[in-house]
Design a protein around this ligand. Sequence first.
Ligand code: FE2
Ligand code: FE2
Length: 226
Amino acid sequence: MEDLPTRKPRAVTEELRQSVYKDLSPEIEQIRNADLRRKVVDAWCYSLVRSSFKRLSEVPPWGAAGIFFLKQGSQANHLRGVARFAMKMTDDFLENYPEAIVDRDIVVAGALCHDLGKPYEFDPLNQQRWKADPSNCGDPTFRHSVYGVHLALSAGLPEKVAHICIGHSVEGQHFKLSTECTIVRHADHVWWRVAIALGLLERDSIGHAGPLATVRKTRMELEAAD
Ligand SMILES: [Fe+2]
Ligand SMILES: [Fe+2]
């Protein structure tokens, strides 16, 4: 079966660039540095044209392959939510502790790019070949956090953002993290935990949250039960 990283990538079109910008808006506008903002779009285009997904809003809203399935929306909703959480944390600290120093642009760019590797990890063709024979090259060959580093650096993002790609996930417990990565990592983890408690995830996808996780019914579920 075809090896996805060697599959010929589709061309990056202006239409794709505009769709990525739209899918990451309005949060992407919070990145003040125009070059960094452009590279965030470049990186997502770079990721998407090497996958089966035609646009960011087609990438499923999962935490990882097989776990944490949001009931609605796409991966773009998760990225934007994490960016908003990370900005709120950053802004609250900066307002109340003006002596603290945070690179807010790296926080926002890192939050919007932390799951850059998911189109690769969730790609149905990759899932199919990995599941068919994990002894061949693993399952997955690389988790999205690891492959995200490759994508981020290849697309020209600064290493500080690539560091957030790997450091936000379980790999990040094995080495020292930058301040900006610490913020995004916690924003990401809290986002998933709160979404679980609010009943926004498919029940059969939350086992990873542990036996003590509780789930509240949503308004729609309560109305349907009436
Ligand atoms: Fe992730
Ligand atoms: Fe995430």
